[in-house]
Design a protein around this ligand. Structure first.
Ligand SMILES: NC(=O)c1ccc[n+]([C@@H]2O[C@H](COP(=O)([O-])OP(=O)(O)OC[C@H]3O[C@@H](n4cnc5c(N)ncnc54)[C@H](O)[C@@H]3O)[C@@H](O)[C@H]2O)c1
Length: 333
């Protein structure tokens, strides 16, 4: 694994993280504080998602928290002023929920993101905005590994809305000159992910099931392939995108570079936890149709432009994640 990039000190930067109390947002907050940045978290703490006070317990006196929704334009407009960088992560993150509640998904993922951009255009058009897109924007891979030239054919409402939001970001760069970038994040796991349910972030949810000695249901034959990226690596990619001017106007795909069969990931979780079991089960109605069969990505573009490469192997990442939940599971379920 590479160690080629180095994150710069950010003591002169004021950073706003939307969705900052969640899994990736709070990991960013920890890292940015270690780079001496001035950090504000903007999060609606919607009950179904990963916002959790435990995520920032050790740093709560060092960050500012605004309880706010990206759909609240007035509050957002106030909050984007006096900010140098916006790491724009607030989202409806679940693929199945986007199908059962399509208007909620549009509301948060389209209207919410347009609000962030409009607030910047009107009140702070110098702010650098880094958007966290998703592998779900690509849909079923026509070739592997997927790269930035791959066509986008999302299989669900979430992928469509996240793609629209990415395009809003690029448009606001092209037309209004706001420095925006999109980093399309793949399946991410690690400490601080919610463990309440398995509607998204299933690897983390499987850790919970294994730790409680339960049976993990694997839908289909388990042979679909995935690329699981450790959260620290994802946070580094987002920070690098904010630090480097060469990222502006670009879209990057990121992943671990390690392809693994779904069933093998489950077996690895059970092996490292030392408990739990699995069984194959049919997809629930409507789930197969939105399940991408195979995905993994090359990191060639982000490596050549930003110098980023994943540093954490699945084995090491799982061990760190499981060690975290051995201490803190109760705060996440
Ligand atoms: N975790 C992954 O595997 C993954 C994969 C691809 C993309 N992403 C993207 O990364 C970003 C962060 O996801 P995460 O995994 O940290 O999820 P998370 O659920 O842990 O965090 C999302 C946070 O956003 C907040 N939020 C939701 N709607 C909001 C709104 N309207 N206004 C303000 N806050 C709101 C939630 O309260 C939560 O704290 C999202 O944009 C997601 O689409 C994540």
């Amino acid at each position: 694994m590479s160690t080629m990039y180095k994150l710069k000190n950010m003591s002169d930067s004021r950073i706003l993280i939307t969705g900052g109390m969640g899994f990736i947002g709070s990991t960013l907050a920890h890292k940015l504080l270690s780079l001496e940045a001035n950090v504000t978290l903007y999060d609606a703490m919607l009950p179904w998602y990963g916002g959790n006070p435990a995520n920032i317990r050790e740093i709560k006196d060092k960050v500012r928290f605004i309880k706010g929704d990206t759909r609240n334009f007035k509050l957002l407009s106030k909050s984007v002023k006096d900010t140098d960088v916006i790491l724009n992560l607030a989202a409806q993150v679940s693929h199945p929920i986007s199908m059962s509640h399509p208007l909620l998904d549009i509301d948060i993922n389209c209207v919410g993101n347009l609000n962030v951009l409009e607030a910047c255009r009107r009140f702070n058009d110098d702010a650098t905005v880094v958007y966290s897109g998703t592998r779900g924007q690509v849909g079923e891979a026509l070739y592997l590994p997927v790269d930035e030239k791959h066509p986008d054919n999302p299989l669900d409402i979430n992928g469509i809305d996240k793609l629209a939001a990415e395009k809003y970001h690029l448009l606001y760069n092209r037309v209004y000159g706001i420095p925006t970038t999109s980093v399309r994040v793949g399946n991410t796991y690690g400490p601080r992910h919610q463990m309440k349910h398995g509607h998204y972030g299933v690897l983390n949810y499987f850790i919970r099931k294994a730790m409680l000695g339960e049976t993990i249901k694997v839908y289909g034959d388990g042979k679909q392939t995935r690329d699981y990226c450790y959260v620290d690596d994802v946070a580094d990619a987002l920070i690098l995108a904010a630090q480097k001017k060469s990222a502006i106007g670009e879209v990057f795909l990121i992943g671990s570079g390690e392809m693994i069969k779904f069933i093998d990931m489950v077996r690895k979780v059970i092996e490292i936890v030392g408990k739990g079991s699995y069984k194959l089960a049919p997809f629930p109605p409507g789930r197969r149709e939105i399940n991408v069969r195979n995905y993994y990505t090359t990191n060639r573009k982000i490596k050549s432009i930003l110098g980023w490469e994943p540093r954490t192997s699945l084995e090491d990442g799982l061990r760190k994640t499981i060690a975290f939940y051995r201490e803190k599971l109760k705060e996440y379920i």
